[in-house]
Unconditional design. Sequence first.
Length: 88
Amino acid sequence: MIPRLRLSDLYNLSESERDKKIQDFLNAPKPTKEEAIQFLDEKIFLLEKKHNLTSQEMQKDFNLGKIQETHDICKWLIWLHARKKLDE
């Protein structure tokens, strides 16, 4: 499982609780390369399905200015970049 920590999780905590939560996150077991690939592939697949576009089509349309830089598109581009890095 991929460890997650959201800023919203920390917002209402005391400083000591926040420090503990951050330390727990940093000490959590790191995912294997295979787990990271699976996680990213699932996220990318869901966005392709949601937007009815392949990642290649999205990147082409984005580069041509046909697609706006939305939250989904930013996440998609980041996940594609991370996925590519795992293949190197």
